[in-house]
Design a protein around this ligand. Structure first.
Ligand code: 5AD
Ligand code: SF4
Length: 446
């Protein structure tokens, strides 16, 4: 009987894709996937530490696994991967006895080897200390075709790992290390392979995708990379996350305008609407820079949908400065927004130098106010879409109703419609007939 694995992922898209990679590596090593933790020989917990106290989630989960192990009389090999593993290292073992392998963000390729070694070691010493592998592999290549796509139609393709930006609130430069670019040869090969194996959409991943500069071709920047990917036959859509506002070039805007497969959606994190707060955040762009960029984008592409990330209650943020985030939100009119209450993260400049001085109640008040404005704006934008015809890539059956299909517009809005399951994977014109708070309804124009 073959051995089974289960991967639990807490975190961002980058983490999600790391899990796809780890799943592929384990399958290559002969493991089969299972959804049942009681059935698993190996459980990998892939953790994120960008925001919430992910450590706490991790330890709650490890506690449950320990408890199950005592009840069952045997336990799976447990590996902790991802940002919390990188950050906390051996300290994880001090808080939980359930862990066999602790593997950092830059050592994923070692996972099957470490798991096998843990199985052997445990056969000899049941209470052996975990193996720690936090040594960075700076090599960002990844064997072609190994990552196991969660969604057969959508392939994540990493183009950059790590970040050198050091925004004051952000843990990423510490957990994922310095910025490393993947070769354009690797990227294009992976995208082609994904399309050959059924993908219709490529989503490029990197902390600052638009900082891309190919290490193997001096003429290939981000705009050029998009152009090369746009040439792939059989590919319908290209998305990417996330660009940094200060690295958006005119060449990039031109490429977005000219390339038919690049979606009309830009996730452009702003973090705050106040130039003073942005300065303490070390974002190196001002409110005016950002609004100027939004105007240029809208001038070039009037239909482009924008989304963003915003932090409320950053150290020292006054009521007036928060008000500027509200006015910026009203001015830009985002299609969607991810908003977060500031929380201090290990190693960051903000943790070391800036007291977390906005009270929890005030952060809650601010985020509620921001979200209520955003809901209204989103409702207005969705309402205005009624009557239009949009190209929708049908990607699945609707989550709510089994007989319905679901897809996304180029602008990344979810559209539900009735239709034939054989449409999944096709891009169809859909007339928008109704709007809900988080999705649209439509009818295929066939
Ligand atoms: N507190 C709150 N939100 C944060 N983010 C990153 N670090 C923090 C933090 N310390 C948010 C930012 C970023 C998104 C991925 O997470 O908005 O863009
Ligand atoms: Fe974090 Fe800033 Fe880098 Fe984004 S650009 S990953 S927020 S340090």
């Amino acid at each position: 009987m073959s051995k089974k694995y289960l991967i639990e992922t807490f975190g961002c898209q980058m983490n999600f894709h790391d899990s796809e990679r780890m799943a592929g590596l384990l399958e290559q090593a002969g493991y089969e996937s299972t959804e049942d933790d009681l059935d698993a020989d190996v459980i990998v917990i892939n953790t994120c530490s960008v925001r919430e106290r992910a450590e706490e989630k991790l330890f709650t989960r490890l506690g449950e696994l320990q408890h199950q192990a005592v009840e069952q009389g045997q336990r799976p090999v447990v590996a902790v991967a991802g940002c919390v593993a990188q950050q906390e290292g051996a300290a994880i073992r001090q808080r939980s006895k359930a862990v066999d392998v602790i593997i950092g963000t830059r050592s994923l390729k070692h996972l099957p080897m470490l798991v096998d070694a843990a199985v052997e070691r445990r056969a000899v010493h049941p209470a052996a200390a975990p193996t720690l592998d936090l040594d960075p592999l700076e090599d960002v290549s990844f064997p072609l075709g190994v990552a196991k796509r969660h969604d057969p139609l959508k392939a994540y393709v990493t183009i950059i790992e790590g970040c050198n930006e050091f925004c004051a609130f952000c843990v990423v430069p510490y957990t994922r290390g310095a910025e490393r670019m993947r070769s354009v040869a690797d990227i294009v090969a992976e995208a082609r392979h994904a399309v050959d194996t059924g993908a219709k959409e490529i989503q490029l991943l990197g902390q600052i995708v638009n900082h891309y500069q190919a290490p193997d071709d001096p003429t290939c920047d981000f705009a050029d990379l998009l152009t090369r990917l746009n040439d792939i036959e059989g590919l319908d859509r290209i998305r990417f996350a996330s660009p940094h506002p200060r690295h958006v070039t005119s060449r990039m805007i031109e490429a977005l305008c000219d390339l038919d497969k690049v979606c009309r959606h830009l996730h452009l994190p702003v973090q705050s609407g106040s130039s003073d707060v942005l300065r303490t955040m070390r974002r190196r762009h001002t409110r005016e820079d950002y609004l100027g960029l939004v105007s240029r984008l809208r001038e070039a592409m009037p239909d482009i949908a924008l989304s963003t990330d915003i932090i409320v209650g950053f150290p020292g943020e006054s009521a007036e400065q928060f008000e500027q985030t509200l006015t910026l939100t009203e001015a830009v009119r985002y299609h969607s927004m991810f908003s977060f209450k500031y929380s201090p993260r290990p190693n960051t400049l903000a943790l070391k130098r800036l007291p977390d001085d906005v009270t929890a109640e005030e952060k809650t008040r601010r985020i509620m106010e921001l979200q209520s404005r955003q809901r209204r704006i989103q409702g207005e934008l969705y309402g205005a879409a009624i009557g239009r015809t949009e190209d929708v890539l049908i990607d699945s059956r609707s989550r709510r109703r089994d007989w319905e299909l679901s897809g996304r517009t180029s602008g990344n809005t979810v559209v539900n419609l009735s239709g034939d399951p054989s449409w999944i994977g096709r891009t169809l014109p859909v007339r928008i007939t109704g709007a809900n708070p988080n999705s649209l309804r439509g009818e295929a124009v066939v």
